[in-house]
Write a protein that binds this ligand. Structure first.
Ligand code: SF4
Length: 453
């Protein structure tokens, strides 16, 4: 018989029965899949495929099928006769189909491995494993162990990836037994949901983003009764506590260096001397102003999207930032952490790098509401540059840029190596424009508040 639930739909049902129902019966109502979602899926696939090499010479039971189906389950059963390592090994029990990423047989006992592209074991991984254990055990697979394979974030790549060091299998068998009785109950509850005649009513709440972001949020939002929001006219007036601002600005020393990094994190360390998910800086923008109200000069660095950008970036950054004058950033902890990390990974530059951290000043601080230095009702409690800029320097705007926030910048940078020359030229320009505006915005905000004072 055709399975009613899969591992994914079972987990959707645990999160929210409405999600399960919508997925099964009204899939067309799902949020559109954007490029960033696709990149996340692709990361999962890449990590899963690489982990298969931990157990070489296996056969893939899924073949060219896009989904696990009864066909994959039949194929698995056939392969078990002659193969000890099976990838995507699918089983059906109690109308539920599950495929385990890697199934290994040694001396007639089985070991299951489920690969996750995270660096930590999470509670939802246990739910996932518990369902697989239930299906596999009841389908006659005698499991001696069940492991979740995560990435080891302490692994530092040197040369080819060392898979034994990169992957960290964690046995979760001890957690699975206790969960079995609930699984049978959950399955029968969730099957009844699938048989419902209409969409179950569930209000939106914290569960919509936990443990995963639901793919039907746009639909549910469109169905929620809209509260009547009165258009409140926000007061754009900017109130500056002059004394406190002067005290803050006295800390800054010319030449001022308005500075901002962009970074990318690769699940699988792309370069030597890097770890899974490490933030790799690939770009910066720098506006330098030698004295108050003087003209400024702009400098920038952007990696090529292929080679490790860090060493070239370090060398140019040290030169561009010189030896004196404040380095003005927005949200100091990110820039300081990145520089400290670079100092560890490139110890020959550690002294010069750490000296940059000593000169750093956070322009965001005076905008924190609790500091009461620069306040405006129109900031709406936020102190991000994107919230402050339209009020303080409305002549500058991100709205016309092709890249408008950091997440898109890293995604686009990650895509550069796949692009043709024309696309590459455009995206490089978009990246330069975006980062340029970040530091120009800081400079303008600084000047505007000084003018007010
Ligand atoms: S958006 Fe929230 S309420 Fe709607 S289906 Fe998803 S989890 Fe359920």
């Amino acid at each position: 018989m055709h399975p009613i639930l899969s591992k994914s739909t079972y987990l959707y049902g645990l999160q929210c029965i409405k999600r399960l129902y919508l997925y099964k019966k009204h899939y067309h109502l799902a949020n559109p899949i954007d490029e960033t979602n696709q990149a996340v899926f692709q990361t999962g696939t890449d990590v899963g495929e690489l982990a298969q090499s931990l157990f070489p010479n296996g056969v893939n039971a899924q073949g060219d099928e896009p989904y696990h189906s009864e066909k994959t389950a039949k194929q698995t059963a056939a392969l078990l006769a002659n193969h000890d390592v099976i990838y995507e090994a699918a089983f059906i029990y109690n109308d539920v189909i599950c495929a385990v990423d890697i199934l290994v047989r040694k001396n007639n006992t089985y070991y299951a491995f489920e690969v996750k592209s995270t660096t930590k074991l999470k509670p939802q991984h246990i739910e996932d494993a518990a369902l697989q254990y239930y299906v596999l055990s009841n389908a006659g697979i005698d499991l001696a162990d069940f492991s979740i394979v995560v990435l080891n974030n302490e692994y530092v790549r040197q040369g080819n990836l060392n898979l034994d060091a990169l992957f960290n299998p964690i046995s979760v068998l001890k957690f699975l037994d206790d969960k079995q009785v609930f699984i049978a109950e959950n399955i029968s509850r969730l099957k009844k949901v699938v048989w419902l005649k209409s969409i179950p009513e569930v209000e939106m709440g914290g569960h919509c983003n936990s443990p995963y972001e639901c793919s039907f949020t746009q639909y549910c939002l469109s169905q929620s009764p809209q509260e009547l929001v009165e258009e409140i006219e926000l007061d754009n007036a900017i109130n500056v506590n002059k004394e406190a601002w002067v005290e803050f600005s006295d800390e800054l020393q010319y030449p001022l260096h308005f500075f901002d990094f962009e970074s990318i994190s690769y699940a699988l360390p792309e370069f030597d001397n890097s770890r899974p998910y490490q933030q790799i800086v690939f770009q910066y923008s720098l506006h330098i102003q030698k004295k108050a109200k003087s003209n400024f000069i702009h400098k920038a660095f952007l990696g090529d999207g292929v080679k490790d950008p860090r060493l070239a970036l370090i060398k140019q950054m040290i030169k561009d930032l010189g030896k004196k004058g404040s380095i003005v950033v927005w949200n100091i902890s990110f820039e300081k952490t990145v520089i400290s990390k670079l100092a560890i990974d490139f110890p020959e530059y550690a002294d010069e790098l750490l000296a940059l951290n000593e000169r750093m000043v956070d322009l965001m601080n005076p905008f924190r509401p609790n500091r009461k230095i620069v306040l405006s009702e129109a900031f709406q409690g936020s102190f991000s540059l994107k919230a402050v800029l339209p009020i303080v320097a409305p002549e500058l705007s991100y709205a016309n840029l092709n890249i408008q926030e950091g997440g898109t910048a890293s995604f686009k940078y990650g895509q550069l190596k796949e692009m043709n020359e024309l696309e590459k030229t455009q995206v490089r320009q978009d990246l330069l424009d975006y980062c340029h505006l970040d530091t120009l915005a800081m400079l303008k905000v600084w000047e505007k508040i000084n003018e007010l004072v």
